[in-house]
Write a protein that binds this ligand. Structure first.
Ligand SMILES: NC(=O)C1=CN([C@@H]2O[C@H](COP(=O)(O)OP(=O)(O)OC[C@H]3O[C@@H](n4cnc5c(N)ncnc54)[C@H](OP(=O)(O)O)[C@@H]3O)[C@@H](O)[C@H]2O)C=CC1
Ligand SMILES: CC(=O)N[C@@H](CCC(=O)OP(=O)(O)O)C(=O)O
Length: 346
């Protein structure tokens, strides 16, 4: 049994971490930190957890509360967890940060894309990028895991194996992703008002979205050469889910059976990546509330394009579920412990 604490526990990602951890047999939640709701019962904020999570929120004292836990989850907006991460590492404990602060290996690239200084570049060197199925061994040995972004998770699980095995081109990759509104977090904003999201679909951040350097960093590692991508995210009128559709011209003449073989060798023994083949296409409802990532592939001989589609739940595989999966790796628990829920349907 390990003790964990969550800071930023009242955000959507914190809420999802609490839901998943409340069902994990090897975990005891020590504290649920909140600035805004200190002393309030947690289930007043997350009514789905009534009679399941009895704790009240507290505003933690870093020095005292960090001594209680084996692992800290940081689910704060970017730029806010660096001091906490430094303290946890100094105390020799483990931490999983769900923000973008430790994902980019180069602090200068973080500063360019996020527009804020990086205050923990030494700690950055210790961070392991937490894409569970790809960096499994490094994550198991890590003290600091940088949990991937939601869009990057859906994209990298699809593309990393194919680039690593050299079966697709590194140039001209086009990615079109659609996200549910919970991807924007719980803080209200004009752009996320119901009347403006419902029955609406819109692109945003074309060529400037903050996940571009993260996607390119990891695809370049896979390909061992610089990879650039055309990435367009869209806000879709749904609560959860990301559907990514990726287009690459099939100039290397990849055959379906070779692609299937590569996915099978990377994910055949992994519980959460389901390869659907070339006849079935992933859909967000089929992974809703779960840690699954569904992937499908179509080779279009008429246009000479390879089209890859992937679906995840942004709050689970795209955030809290992948973090719990990483915790399982770090503490040598079964990889699917606490994550075995089947998706709801319809
Ligand atoms: N939403 C998603 O799908 C995903 C989110 N992420 C990342 O996870 C992290 C948390 O995201 P999410 O839960 O969606 O965000 P939310 O905005 O829903 O929650 C963040 C929480 O952080 C706390 N907080 C503490 N200090 C501040 C501050 N100065 N400003 C704002 N909030 C503060 C707030 O709780 P309180 O006031 O109670 O302390 C708030 O509830 C972010 O870094 C996000 O980018 C990663 C992958 C997917
Ligand atoms: C729909 C929506 O707004 N999505 C968010 C996803 C951000 C996120 O969660 O990513 P980080 O963890 O890297 O901050 C966005 O596009 O900014």
């Amino acid at each position: 049994m390990i003790k964990v604490g969550i800071i930023g526990a009242t955000g959507y990602v914190g809420g999802e971490l609490t839901r998943l951890l409340s069902q994990h047999d090897k975990v005891e939640i020590s504290f649920l930190d909140s600035r805004s709701y200190a002393s309030m019962e947690y289930s007043r904020i997350y009514p789905n957890l009534k009679n399941i999570v009895e704790e009240k929120c507290i505003s933690i004292n870093i020095e005292e509360n960090f001594d209680e836990v084996d692992l800290l989850f940081c689910a704060l907006p970017h730029g806010l967890s660096q001091e906490a991460v430094k303290k946890v590492l100094n105390k020799g404990r483990k931490v999983i940060d769900l923000s973008a602060d430790f994902r980019l290996k180069d602090g200068a690239i973080y500063e360019k894309w996020y527009g804020v200084d990086h205050g923990a570049t030494e700690e950055l060197k210790k961070a392991v990028y937490g894409l569970s199925e790809i960096y499994t061994q490094e994550i198991a040995e890590a003290q600091l895991v940088a949990n991937p972004g939601c869009y990057p998770t859906s994209i990298l699980l699809s593309l990393y194996p194919l680039l690593k095995e050299g079966i697709i081109k590194t140039k001209g990759i086009i990615i079109d992703s659609k996200s549910g509104v919970s991807g924007a977090g719980r803080s209200p904003s004009d752009a996320n008002l119901f009347a403006q999201c419902n029955e609406n679909l819109r692109a945003y951040g074309i060529g400037v979205h903050r996940h571009i350097p993260e996607i390119e960093q990891e695809l370049s590692r896979a390909a061992t050469e610089e990879v650039t991508v055309q990435f367009t995210p869209h806000l879709a009128p749904m609560t959860r889910g990301i559907l990514s559709t990726i287009y690459i011209s099939n100039d290397k003449k990849a055959a379906y059976r070779d692609i299937e073989g590569i996915y099978d060798s990377y994910y055949g023994a992994q519980p959460f990546v389901r390869f659907l083949g070339e006849e079935e296409y992933p859909q967000t409802k089929a992974v809703y509330g779960t840690n699954y990532c569904d992937i499908g592939v179509k080779i279009d001989d008429r246009t000479n394009n390879l089209v890859i589609v992937s679906a995840i739940d942004n709050l689970v595989k795209g955030a809290a579920g992948q973090a719990v999966q990483n915790m399982n790796l770090m503490f040598d628990f079964k990889v699917d412990e606490g994550l075995k829920q089947a998706p709801v349907w319809p």
